[in-house]
Unconditional design. Structure first.
Length: 404
């Protein structure tokens, strides 16, 4: 009898230990995408484009924050191909970012499996090809990262959630069953009025413009409460000598009234207006924002920077050609991806001594420039533009906080 009690006690202890050692993982989502050529007529004229699973634009990737994404990409083109997940932070796995230098291009009739996890990045993003000029031919689409159901938001559940992809080469019609965006908006009720930008307290009226700068991710909550008819949605370029405009149509169910009147115009050259609008955005930490964590994500303002770098862009003539440089170095891709060279200690692919942390007046040159940093470094980066045109910078794969 005593042995039986000891056996039962041992089984209980082992069972308790096994339960305590179980670690529940975040959900996994599996996708298989096949990249092919196809023919569509975005302007009424048939042309060759890049399709993903037969779709142009490609499939919308709908995930929930912290989901583990396993995506097998099969390249059926006759050229090497890569996809980059624009704006998705790649924590300790920059080799999943999908750009030359971190990834080898996927050869024709080959595949590569991307593995990444969008954490605390609720909102709208995009993916697109990063090789050659493939982005101009298609292969792009929307990424929507949703909050977990248990996280409350300060507005009623939207009636719909749509993505609007804006391009300069074609006009497209939008129906109420399938708005397809480089920015994401949610339909609540019925009037084209931006009532709240997610993560901000900005209120706009239906005739205002919303500037979305290169690389920005913006989600807006939209109320539709006008009479059932068709309405314009207009996107135009900013700060360009020639203003490029694309027009789409917002179609109400049951509408028998087509759009009419002049296409609404927006500001196109007012740099100060655009900057002032950007300064009005405020991050509402109670809505669709990163959760507090033990690492102290909300104490970044009190951290002393590990180092400060000044990146100065310039236009130069190098070897008889116009090239653009950063701190005097115009970048060229190496034949070997930088991550592979780093991992396998392959010499001669790049050097961390070529580019300096601030402009030094050296003669401009062409090189594979790499700047070294250490894990957990807190970097302060100053962008210096001495040119006569507005510049944009693409900072991808990590956390960045613009401060001015």
């Amino acid at each position: 009898m005593e042995n039986k009690h000891l056996l039962n006690l041992l089984i209980f202890i082992l069972g308790t230990l096994s339960v305590s050692l179980v670690k529940a993982e975040d959900p996994y989502k599996f996708y298989t995408w096949t990249v092919t050529y196809g023919t569509v007529s975005p302007l009424g004229v048939p042309q060759q484009v890049i399709l993903i699973n037969g779709q142009f634009p490609g499939p919308r990737l709908d995930v929930v924050t912290n989901d583990n994404i396993i995506l097998n990409l099969i390249n059926k083109l006759d050229q090497p191909f890569l996809l980059t997940w624009n704006g998705i932070k790649q924590r300790k796995n920059s080799w999943q970012d999908g750009v030359l230098g971190t990834n080898c291009p996927i050869p024709p009739n080959s595949n590569f499996t991307y593995k990444f996890q969008p954490k605390d990045q609720i909102g709208g993003y995009t993916y697109f090809p990063s090789t050659a000029m493939h982005k101009a031919a298609g292969g792009f689409g929307a990424i929507n990262v949703y909050a977990r159901p248990r996280i409350p938001v300060p507005y009623a559940p939207p009636a719909g959630d749509f993505s609007l992809l804006i391009g300069k080469t074609y006009m497209f019609r939008i129906s109420n069953v399938g708005l397809s965006t480089s920015f994401n908006f949610r339909i609540q009720g019925h009037k084209m009025k931006l009532v709240e930008c997610e993560g901000s307290n900005v209120v706009q009226n239906m005739y205002d413009s919303l500037d979305v700068h290169v690389g920005q991710s913006v989600s807006v909550l939209v109320t539709l409460d006008q009479a059932p008819k068709d309405y314009y949605i207009v996107a135009s370029t900013r700060f360009t000598p020639k203003v490029l405009t694309t027009v789409s149509v917002l179609h109400y169910t049951g509408s028998q009234t087509p759009v009419s009147g002049p296409i609404p115009a927006g500001p196109t050259t007012q740099v100060d207006w655009s900057m002032q609008q950007a300064r009005t955005f405020r991050w509402n930490l109670t809505s669709n924002a990163a959760r507090p964590n033990p690492q102290g994500s909300f104490h970044y303002g009190t951290i002393t920077p590990t180092r400060t770098m000044v990146f100065s862009n310039s236009e130069n003539i190098i070897n008889g050609k116009k090239r653009y440089a950063v701190n005097g170095v115009s970048y060229i891709n190496a034949d070997t991806p930088l991550k592979l060279a780093d991992y396998f200690n392959i010499p001669g692919v790049y050097s961390t001594n070529i580019i300096q942390a601030s402009p030094n007046g050296a003669a401009p040159r062409v090189a594979t420039s790499v700047m070294a940093a250490s894990l957990h470094d807190f970097l302060e980066i100053v962008f210096q533009n001495n040119e006569d045109i507005v510049q944009s910078w693409h900072l991808d794969g990590y956390d960045f906080w613009p401060v001015g």
